[in-house]
Design a protein around this ligand. Structure first.
Ligand code: PSU
Ligand code: MN
Length: 310
């Protein structure tokens, strides 16, 4: 127990000993991947982090308590369709705690809780961003809290950019306005989740975990402001989605949202499900492989940071 947070022994020991720890989010499991597959992925991410020499801290809220690291049965509960977990952004944490609810944490909520627990690196799939508006060109006002939390929370988020279901250009602009450093990991392009590249460039690039850790440490220790860092790592090349298939699914998905009047926090899960249903498994493979690679990179960066501070 650390304040109101419950840490697994593995995470508590790693933090106490100054070893690398990587936070992992639960919304991508409970709301982003289908049941069955999500549990496999959750276990795999934890294995990938351990194999790189760091401790995995999958974060969720169970029985009104923030869990920093999950036991085997807790991970099962998060992934079970019967669990029907709420999708919790940072603003939902107070109500979930007070009302003893279960919930899966988004990037915003996971980053906030990771920071509270003393964890500086967090790996996920895609960041939330600015949603596309209908009609095109209008402001949608659906801007993910992920962006706001990154602007105020000194955590490094490793992800594969944002999905092209979002307005990538607007998302990149908001990150600049909020002074969040965006660092390409072996890339000059801001990745588009299922696709390795978007039409937008990253302002900075690093080519190793050591370089990434040096940037994180300089930003953390020598730059005032308390913003996080966004380290973007494109989907492994062999698992990138075919662009034509991607563009068709995107068009259909946007039509579906309009037809069914899907809004707010239901938008991202609905679009992800449409991609998974319509791509014959290709989007699931891309999604799985990119998160696993981000966990690997996050762990390598966490280990470098831990060594540097010894
Ligand atoms: N990107 C994905 N899969 C996901 C999410 C993002 O590829 O499951 C989740 C993350 O938890 C992210 C959240 O924080 O969706 C963003 O939701 P919203 O757009 O409602 O802020
Ligand atoms: Mn939203």
């Amino acid at each position: 127990m650390s304040g109101h947070l419950v840490l697994t022994e593995e995470v508590a020991d790693a933090l106490a000993e100054g070893r690398g720890v990587v936070a992992l989010e639960s919304t991508l499991l409970a709301h982003g991947l289908p049941p069955g597959r999500n549990h496999e992925v959750g276990l795999r991410l934890e294995r990938v982090v351990r194999a790189a020499g760091a401790a995995p801290a999958t974060i969720a809220v169970l029985d009104g308590t923030a869990r920093i690291g999950l036991t085997g049965s807790e991970l099962e509960r998060v992934c079970s369709p019967e669990g029907r977990l709420n999708k919790l952004s940072r603003r939902d944490l107070g109500p979930a705690f007070a009302l003893n609810r279960d919930g899966a944490t988004t990037v915003a909520a996971t980053a906030a809780l990771a920071h509270q627990a003393g964890i500086g690196v967090f790996a996920t799939g895609g960041l939330g961003g600015v949603h596309l508006a209908a009609p095109a060109g209008a402001a949608s006002w659906d801007v993910s809290a992920d962006l706001d939390v990154l602007a105020h929370t000194p955590v490094t988020v490793v992800c594969s950019g944002v999905k092209s279901i979002l307005d990538i250009g607007a998302t990149v602009e908001v990150l600049e306005t909020r002074s969040v450093p965006v660092i390409g990991f072996g890339t000059d392009s801001f990745p588009g989740f299922y696709l390795r590249a978007s039409a937008y460039r990253v302002p900075w690039r690093v080519d190793s975990a050591a370089e990434a850790a040096a940037v994180v440490a300089a930003h953390r220790d020598r730059v005032p402001g308390g913003a996080g860092v966004l380290l973007v790592n494109p989907v492994p090349v062999e698992h990138e989605l075919d662009r034509e298939l991607h563009d068709r699914l995107l068009r259909e998905g946007m039509d579906l949202l309009r037809e069914r009047d899907i809004r707010g926090k239901d938008v991202t899960p609905a679009l992800l499900a449409h991609f998974h249903d319509g791509s014959g498994g290709a989007s699931l493979t891309a999604n799985t492989e990119l998160v696993a690679d981000n966990a690997r990179v996050g762990a390598a960066v966490a280990v470098e940071l831990a060594h540097a501070s010894r």
